[in-house]
Design a protein around this ligand. Structure first.
Ligand code: UGA
Length: 439
């Protein structure tokens, strides 16, 4: 099928590259000329394992190309809208980019088309989108079908998720919409992907509900962590016990510095605002957010417990991205922690296998080290912020020699407490009994 994807951010680019790989003729469109120029040369604007290769494959085969001109939508059978829906100050999703791109492309549409709302949006947006498109193009009112097809990709595993999706969710109001999407995703469905078909509002709401629920699981684990620290219990073991019950499941029960990234924070707020707009107060969502903020405060308290005053102290942060496998630092808990430590007067040096440059441009006061051992030199304390595999194999003896004080605050429970303590470190875990030597 001839497909156009508007917006080449994480979601759009993955969508475009995957659809071209499964046999469609795809154009990725973006108003950012520099980005399009880079993509045309095969340069991905962000790091995502396997994505560059996928783009390369598509552009070489001629099934994937990139364009800035809205005229490129002419002749499209399926048009994806994958533009950003950032949070407004109020927390509400800002849908201006969706409306703008709909208006920009409307006059170039020709013939029957399925317009797919892929960006995460509040329930009711598809209806608005249809209205904008058909107001601009009343002649195509019977030809434009708007469907909701939320994505569930995880950054860092997005290529794998694209080819083996847990489910493909499609919300539509007519057989024509469902049929278009069945044909589009045919190869993935044939290879076992589960297709779930619902009405449009259900699909839109299910996406927000899923992200908010996952964030709630993590916050639950983080609240348990605070409790375990006070009770000398181990939150990881508690999560293992809970997770062994299939009704609960072990995933997303890892306590730590909390959730960040471009999706959970904005989606949780947008979901809460949507509920309020619909007349339903949903304080549980605010509590999920409060517990998440508390996780950073708890880590700062541990650093202060270990170092007393933070002025004249150098603190090494291991990991700056919001999670491993990505260079994305948007709303990264690591940077939130760095800001608090800098505000308290500490010198903060960070290292990340991929996200150093992005972290530096987000937080210029942060010193970014070129290698993990460079970050440790002269530091009074290590804080593990992101559980990159590289840190699991850290040479602890070498680290100890480089550090001013052998102290680890483990914000992701990456290390075995007995092992690091055995090598002479003072160890603060998350939701684990505190170091007996310290109190
Ligand atoms: C999330 C969802 O998992 C995807 O299904 C969804 O498609 C995506 O948002 C989106 O809406 O676009 P992502 O933001 O890539 O994906 O990241 P996750 O893997 O969900 O992690 C989110 C945050 O939670 C990270 O900061 C991670 O470190 C943290 N986390 C995760 C924990 O603190 N504990 C856990 O047990 C799991």
């Amino acid at each position: 099928m001839r497909v156009v994807v508007v917006g080449t951010g994480h979601v759009g680019l993955l969508t475009a590259a995957t659809l071209s790989a499964i046999g469609h003729d795809v154009v990725g469109m973006d108003e950012d000329e520099e980005k399009i120029e880079g993509l045309t040369k095969g340069i991905s604007p962000f790091f995502e394992p396997g994505l560059s290769e996928l783009i390369d494959k598509g552009t070489t085969a001629g099934t994937l190309r990139f364009d800035v001109a809205p005229e490129a939508v002419g002749g499209a059978e399926v048009l994806f809208i994958c533009v950003g829906t950032p949070a407004r100050v109020s927390g509400e999703a800002n849908l201006v980019a969706i409306e703008r791109s709909a208006r920009a492309i409307a006059r170039h549409l020709s013939g029957p088309i399925v317009v797919v709302e892929k960006s995460t949006v509040p329930a009711g947006t598809a209806q608005r989108l249809w209205r904008v498109l058909t107001l601009e193009r009343p002649d195509l009112a019977d030809e434009i079908e708007v469907v909701s097809n939320p994505e569930f990709l995880r950054e860092g595993q997005a290529v794998e998720d694209s080819f083996r999706p847990g489910r493909i969710l499609v919300g539509a109001r007519s057989e024509r919409g469902f049929d278009g999407m069945r044909r589009l995703y045919g190869p993935l469905i044939e290879s076992g992907a589960r297709l779930i078909e619902t009405d449009i509002a259900t699909a839109e709401l299910a996406k927000h509900a899923s992200n908010a629920f996952l964030a709630m699981k993590i916050s639950y684990a983080n609240a348990l962590a605070r409790l375990c620290e006070r009770a000398n219990a181990d939150v990881t073991a508690v999560a293992d016990v809970m997770g062994s019950d299939p009704r609960i499941g072990r995933a997303f029960l890892d306590a730590g510095l909390g959730w960040g990234g471009y999706c959970f924070p904005k989606d949780l707020q947008a979901f809460e605002r949507l509920a309020a707009r619909l007349g339903y107060d949903f304080p549980l969502l605010r509590e999920v957010e409060r517990i998440n903020d508390e996780a950073i405060v708890a880590a700062v308290e541990k650093v202060k417990d270990a170092l007393w005053n933070l002025e004249d102290k150098r603190i090494a942060l291991l990991g700056l991205s919001f999670k491993p496998g990505t260079d994305d630092v948007r709303l990264s808990p690591a940077l939130a922690l760095a800001r608090k430590l800098i505000d308290e007067g500490a010198e903060v040096v960070g290292y990340d296998p991929e996200a150093g440059a992005n972290a530096k441009s987000d937080l210029p006061e942060l010193v970014v080290a070129p290698g993990v051992y460079d970050a440790l030199e002269g530091a009074h304390c290590i804080v593990v912020c992101t559980e990159w595999d590289e840190f699991r194999s850290l040479d602890l003896d070498r680290a100890k020699e480089l550090l001013a004080h052998p102290i680890i605050v483990d914000g992701r429970n990456l290390f075995e407490p007995a092992e690091v303590r055995g090598r002479g470190f003072v160890y603060y875990g998350t939701g684990r009994a505190s170091d007996p030597g310290m109190h």
